[in-house]
Design a protein around this ligand. Structure first.
Ligand code: IMP
Length: 183
């Protein structure tokens, strides 16, 4: 039998209860902001890290939304690399629409900058970003998410969608790995 992934966690930074409560708050805030415009937003999750966060967040929207996913790659192991590649674009027409990008973490900021630029170039009316986590100490481009769940220190984190070498995404909380888990 393979290992139990929670045994690789040194400490929990953000619990499942805290994430759920914050998702509820964020959804309320986002809906209140969108409501003035009365346009059904397209909520686009960035695969794969946003999946648990997006699933939790959208449960609390009370008004209609459309959902879709995009896949972009910019990351290998635990260091961010320069270029952002679009592996799967949105299937929906975003022209004239309000788009909410859902991301797991804003680190250097390159990914959301490129995705936002792409959606704006396709004629989206308004592009906003909600990110479960923000790691401002690592930013190399001048961009901020419009809505942030939690600000985290400059440490590599896993769980709730975030991976290390494709593992740990299914942990129901955000944690820091034990040193030996990187070997
Ligand atoms: P950025 O383009 O540098 O902002 O990187 C964004 C992507 O890097 C995120 O969507 C994550 O997939 C990945 N990433 C950044 N920091 C972490 C981390 O601490 N743990 C796991 N993945 C991370």
């Amino acid at each position: 039998m393979s290992k139990v992934i929670s045994e690789d966690i040194e400490r929990v930074l953000i619990s499942e209860d805290e994430i759920q409560a914050r998702c509820k708050e964020l959804a309320g805030q986002i809906e209140a902001d969108y409501e003035e415009k009365r346009i059904v937003p397209i909520v686009i999750g960035l695969l794969k890290g946003s999946v648990p966060f997006m699933a939790e967040l959208i449960k609390y929207f009370r008004h209609p939304i459309e959902i879709d996913f995009m896949s972009v790659s910019s990351y290998s192991g635990s260091e961010s690399i320069g270029d952002v590649k679009i592996n799967k674009d949105t299937d929906l027409s975003v022209k004239g629409k309000n788009v909410l990008i859902v991301e797991d973490i804003v680190d250097t900021g390159r990914t959301i900058r490129e995705v936002r630029r792409l959606l704006e170039n396709k004629g989206a009316n308004d592009v906003r970003i909600v990110s479960l986590l923000d790691k401002p100490d690592r930013r190399v481009v001048d961009i901020e998410a419009d809505y942030v769940g939690f600000t985290v220190p400059n440490e590599f984190v896993v769980g709730y969608g975030l991976d290390f070498n494709q593992c740990y995404r299914n942990l129901p909380y955000i944690g820091v790995l034990k040193e030996e888990a990187y070997r």
